[in-house]
Design a protein around this ligand. Structure first.
Ligand code: AMP
Ligand code: ZN
Length: 497
């Protein structure tokens, strides 16, 4: 199927026909997680969305270099604290230990959601020399200035030269006056409120620090993505993605830095995913409005009535277009579970139905309808990756699958060739492109862990009430199914006998 792919470009605010710089090849950069905390479900939604985009582009035959970074330094909170150092103090670990711990957790979660690994996953701390070089180029081009060991990007000079700051985020300089996130502590060092730090002199208590020509310090958060995308994808590449909360200041400043260093913008197409909401509000680690994937898989949250497996949660995420927000509710998860089961059931039927049931003539009455549904699925995906529309078309395929199973007369109205096309389309989209899989043993493990923690908690309650017979019953019943509980000082642990 070679209908033309259209992508909504945040830069032009329009759907544009996608034309890669080099025919058949795509360079794609997606802003990865800040590894100072467990990945939350909102992050997962963004990475699942880009995974589907990546898989669809692969399916269309492009050769892709997909780069997704790990932010392990330089991401300041509103109070001016570095997110990594903060994580380190809370957990009493080395910053790199914190980064490794949460990077492992992130990878684990990405596997549970059955996403493909990027081709390159660069870390900010592994690219300090490249970032220092970029700061130097910006300084050499007269678009930054040094104050007391810190280096600031000169936004007014930049506007004078390129007349384009704020284009991506649609902000005007007056709005930019309120920009504070980067370096609240050093507001007085900036010549203009919209200037932002690209190198920050480390205060004595700051643990993450490197030598540079200007001071012992650390890079500004936006710099890593400019430096690493340039290093691995070149000065101009095809697609840059991230959540829409990164449009400003992160992506706007990335564009400014790249232009400031190399004279042109980094990416041709900017893709922004919309937020996952909880109770109608952005799910976010920093303000505590979050539900963890583990809580969802184990059913341990006040917001849900039961546990939902990772694939059901992923299927739920497919119900909204990546540019629309998606609100987690128990009802929506229940609906996703019902539909997920329908889709998996149809997959089994497809595997088991004999080809002999279908018409062995060259064509049959329902072939055109089947072919047009298949075409609609491709058209939906080519229209800015409209996954929910493709899913609704797949519901139509399911109706053909079920009717073919239940009604021999119906099956005879579809030719064997069309049936094979339907089967291939269904399998390709569900498994290869949407990455929906039978529940993996790894995700089963998450569910088991959640269930065991729940049982242990319940047993603790029972014991606190001195209800020894219930407590023994729980222990003995678990033993019967091969699980042993061990009570110790640190609490109760469990293991297989
Ligand atoms: P962070 O770890 O905060 O740097 O975020 C990693 C990625 O997840 C970025 O692309 C964010 O835009 C994205 N993200 C953060 N919160 C949400 C959310 N609630 N829904 C969807 N994506 C999010
Ligand atoms: Zn980034």
């Amino acid at each position: 199927m070679d209908s033309q792919l259209k992508i909504y470009n945040s830069l032009s605010r329009e759907k544009e026909i996608f034309i890669p710089i080099q025919e058949g090849k795509i360079g794609m950069y997606v802003c990865g997680p800040t590894v100072y905390n467990d990945v939350h479900l909102g992050n997962c939604r963004t990475f699942v969305s880009f995974d589907i985009i990546y898989r669809y582009l692969l399916h269309k035959g492009y050769k892709i270099r997909y780069v997704r970074n790990i932010t392990d330094v330089g991401h300041l909170l509103d109070d001016g604290e570095d997110r990594m150092s903060k994580g380190a103090r809370i957990d009493q670990l080395e910053p790199m230990e914190v980064a490794q711990k949460y990077t492992n957790g992130f990878h684990h979660m990405m596997r549970i959601f059955n996403t493909l690994s990027p081709n390159i996953e660069p870390r900010a701390t592994g690219h300090i020399p490249e970032q220092i070089e970029m700061v130097q180029s910006i300084l050499d081009n007269g678009l930054a200035y040094i104050v007391a060991g810190s280096v600031y990007f000169n936004t007014l000079k930049f506007i004078e030269k390129y007349n384009s700051y704020g284009k991506l985020s649609g902000r005007i300089v007056e709005d930019l006056m309120v920009e504070t996130r980067d370096d609240l502590k050093n507001q007085d060092e900036k010549r203009h409120p919209s200037d932002f730090a690209i190198w920050i002199k480390a205060s004595d208590e700051h643990i993450m620090r490197w030598n540079s020509p200007w001071s012992v310090g650390f890079p500004g958060w936006h710099l890593e993505c400019s430096a690493m995308s340039t290093k691995y994808l070149g000065e101009t590449f095809d697609i840059h993605g991230g959540g829409n909360d990164l449009k400003f200041p992160h992506h706007e400043n990335e564009v400014a830095q790249n232009m400031g260093a190399c004279g042109h913008a980094p990416a041709r197409y900017w893709l922004h995913t919309n937020m996952l909401l909880l109770n109608g509000k952005k799910m976010s680690k920093s303000d505590g409005n979050t539900i963890s994937p583990q809580e969802l898989f184990a059913g341990q949250s006040e917001h849900i009535s039961k546990a939902y497996s990772p694939m059901i949660v992923k299927f739920f995420m497919l119900q909204a277009h990546y540019r629309s927000s998606l609100d987690i509710t128990d009802e929506a998860l229940i609906a996703a579970e019902i539909n997920f089961k329908k889709f998996m059931e149809a997959l089994k039927i497809l595997d088991n139905l004999s080809l002999d049931l279908f018409n062995n003539a060259d064509s049959a009455p329902k072939d055109k309808e089947v072919e047009s549904i298949i075409q609609n699925i491709y058209s939906a995906m080519d229209d800015d990756f409209n996954v929910p529309l493709a899913i609704s078309e797949m519901h139509q395929l399911i109706s053909y699958i079920n009717q073919s199973k239940n009604n021999a007369e119906f099956a005879k109205q579809i030719s064997q060739a069309s049936w094979l096309n339907l089967k291939e389309c269904y399998n390709t989209f569900l498994i290869q492109i949407f990455g929906i899989a039978e529940e993996s043993s790894e995700s089963d493990q998450v569910v088991t862990d959640g269930l065991m923690n729940l049982i242990i908690e319940l047993r603790k309650d029972v014991r606190e009430r001195k209800d020894w017979s219930s407590s023994d019953k729980i222990r003995d019943s678990l033993k019967e199914i091969g699980i042993q509980l061990k009570d110790g000082k640190e609490g109760t642990e469990w293991g297989k006998i």
